[in-house]
Every structure is written in structure tokens, then in C-alpha cells.
Design a protein around this ligand. Structure first.
Ligand code: COA
Length: 181
């Protein structure tokens, strides 16, 4: 568990299913066409199982410290060690808490985990060029745009262009996120 000022990150559990699916249902318009989170009980169970067992991934729910409400999810995937020490970052928030800074805090907590616990060297976020809010969030967290890859990822059944945004451990060390800051 990683604790911030307003938000904590914790792995998803089977008992989160109803609240998580409700959040996803209420956020459909915000999420599409950028992300397609688990939308039914079966895919949520798979997400929980993967979060527990996949050595190459870390799945977190972002929850309010005050009352535990699920405000989003942040996932690290394809964690590679050795000379690469890299991972991909994905995230989505709840429409009920849009524009509140909570997802910026949640992503910074996941980055703290990536750089300070997993000791990765690089975290990459792949973002569709029209996804203004996600680009703003990545920028706020210190990511730098490295390039554009045409037809890079299949999202919602279509190959879509993505910008590749990355944050390196060196930049993180210059501007780490501390709870309470
Ligand atoms: C990407 C996404 C998570 C960003 O959500 P968000 O609500 O913009 O993010 P935050 O909760 O961090 O809120 C940021 C806003 O709060 C404001 N804010 C208020 N207090 C803040 C604080 N303490 N810290 C940071 N920002 C704060 C920011 O200025 C910003 O305002 P703005 O929208 O007017 O610029 C959301 O749009 C989403 O879920 N999109 C669909 C999924 C998606 O695209 N995922 C990424 C795929 S690459």
C-alpha cells in the first residue's frame, strides 16, 4: 500500500467488484475511446487475479484516504529488469472526481513505487495525440514526449497512433513526489 495526502494506492480485491464496476459504468463517457477498463464481474476477477500473480505487472486502485471511495486505477505493466529496468504506465479516473488533482496524486504515488520500490529506470506512458487530459497529466508528473508511433496499440478494436511519453529515474530524483508536499 502507498499512501499520499488525499489518496492511497492498494491492490484490487474481489470485494471491490461492485464499487469498481459502478465507477467504470459512471465514467464510460470519460474513458472512451482512450481506455476500456474491466466492465463486468468476470473481467474484474481476471484483473484481480492478474494483479496478484503477474510478476511483470502491478495493479493499483486509487482510493480516497477519507472514506475509501475508488477514484481510479493505475497500472504498471510489462516490467522488465536487467539492463532495461522499464515498465509501461496506464491510468484512468472516476468521472465523479474529474479535475480534482486526485489522479495526478495517484500517478505520482505509482511512480514513487516504480522508482523507489521497484527501482526502475524508466516508465513509459503511451497516449493518443487527441487525449488532452492525459497529456496534461503526464506533463504535470514530469514525463517528456519522446515521439509518435503510428498505429502503435490496438484500443477499442482499432490500431491507434500513440505519443510515447517517458519519465526517467534521474528526472524523478530531481523532483520526487513526497506525501504532504
Ligand atoms: C487522464 C485522466 C485520468 C486525467 O484526469 P484528471 O481529472 O484530468 O486528473 P486529475 O484528477 O489529476 O485532475 C487534474 C486537474 O485538477 C487540477 N488540480 C486541482 N488540484 C490539484 C492538485 N493538488 N494537483 C494536481 N492538479 C490539481 C489540475 O489543475 C487539473 O485541472 P484542469 O483539468 O483544469 O487542468 C482522466 O481524464 C481519464 O480517466 N481519462 C480517460 C482514461 C485515459 O485517458 N487514460 C490515459 C490513457 S493514456
Amino acid at each position: 500500500m502507498t499512501v499520499g495526502r488525499r489518496v492511497l494506492l492498494r491492490p484490487p480485491e474481489a470485494g471491490d467488484s461492485a464499487a469498481f464496476l459502478r465507477m467504470v459504468r459512471r465514467s464510460r463517457r470519460l474513458h472512451r475511446p482512450w481506455v476500456y477498463p474491466p466492465g463486468d464481474a468476470r473481467s474484474f476477477r481476471r484483473y484481480v487475479a492478474r494483479a496478484r500473480s503477474d510478476p511483470r505487472g502491478c495493479g493499483f486502485l486509487a482510493c480516497l484516504l477519507s472514506d475509501g471511495t475508488i477514484v481510479g486505477a493505475v497500472n504498471l505493466s510489462e516490467i522488465v529488469r536487467g539492463n532495461f529496468r522499464s515498465a509501461y504506465l496506464g491510468y484512468y479516473g472516476s468521472a465523479d472526481h474529474e479535475g480534482s488533482g486526485l489522479m495526478t496524486e495517484a500517478v505520482r504515488l505509482a511512480l514513487r513505487h516504480a522508482f523507489e520500490v521497484l527501482r526502475l529506470h524508466r516508465v513509459e506512458a503511451n497516449i493518443q495525440p487527441q487525449n488532452r487530459r492525459s497529456i496534461a497529466l503526464a506533463r504535470r508528473c514530469g514525463f517528456k514526449k519522446e515521439g509518435l508511433s503510428p498505429r502503435y496499440l490496438k484500443i477499442g478494436g482499432r490500431w491507434r497512433d500513440h505519443q510515447r511519453w517517458a519519465l526517467l529515474a534521474e528526472s524523478w530524483r530531481r523532483r520526487p513526489f513526497r506525501a504532504g508536499r
